[in-house]
Design a protein around this ligand. Sequence first.
Ligand SMILES: [Zn+2]
Length: 309
Amino acid sequence: MLRVVVLGAAAGGGVPQWNCGCPVCRAARGEHPRLRSTQTSIAVSADGDHWFLVNASPDLRQQVLATPQLHPREGLLRHSPIAGVVLTNGEVDAVAGLLSMREGSPFTIYGHAKVLAILKANSIFDVLSETNVKRQPIEVDRAFEPKLPDGTPSGIEILPFAVPGKAAWYLRETAHPKGRDSEGDTLGLRIRDKATDKHFYFVAACAHVTDELTARLAGTPLLFFDGTVWRDDELIANGLSTKTGQSMGHIAMSEKGGAIESLAGLDIDRKLFLHINNSNPALMCGSREREIAERAGWQIPADGTEIVL
Ligand SMILES: [Zn+2]
């Protein structure tokens, strides 16, 4: 049995974002507190006792507090059910939560060499001593089984694959510590329970949908997909930023070639958007955009949503 908990569904900054006065952030602070969402991460477990995070968001502390499955086991002085963190990119909203995981508990960080090089180049991550916190390189198209802290297999198989994307935004004008040419900055994951063969896909950053990706995702029972912006120029049109979705490596939900259109008709049982920016009008219940997304079979999950496969 594969258990998945959505720890957070928002893009960088969360909802509301500390310095944002857009309509969604204002509503989240005021009359619609249910709009509040922390930055994107999920927790996955095959046995219900040991959990693996996909990405460690800056809101990790709050997410762990809100998720009883991730609390220390009763009677133990120091303990965490979190056995590992799988990183799909090196953005702030995917790695900054690692800094909240210091204090000596053992776990393993799984990341592509390009992402691990970013951690290595930033000495603040040395607070996670490599004696306790191993850094395990993962490779595109090579499945691996993360281990529990005592070395036993977790029963979960993870297949990382390359998706169109960008290196972390903060590296755009500086040298990437591992070079710019090769893939690995943005990964999708296929996560499978070895005992039951149930699986799902996690693709929370993706610049566009390729034929290869649609062939891969067709027929899957569960998909988490990049829902950063409703339209590519949304941040500019709302006067919030000069960035387009594409410049940040994110596909739009709507528009020609957007996620809703590109992933229609693929016989996917359950489709959920993650990494939803606070500028995205589909966050607002009752909005035209929300209706279009839901009519196309997409859900926008609340933090804490649990799915069992
Ligand atoms: Zn906002």
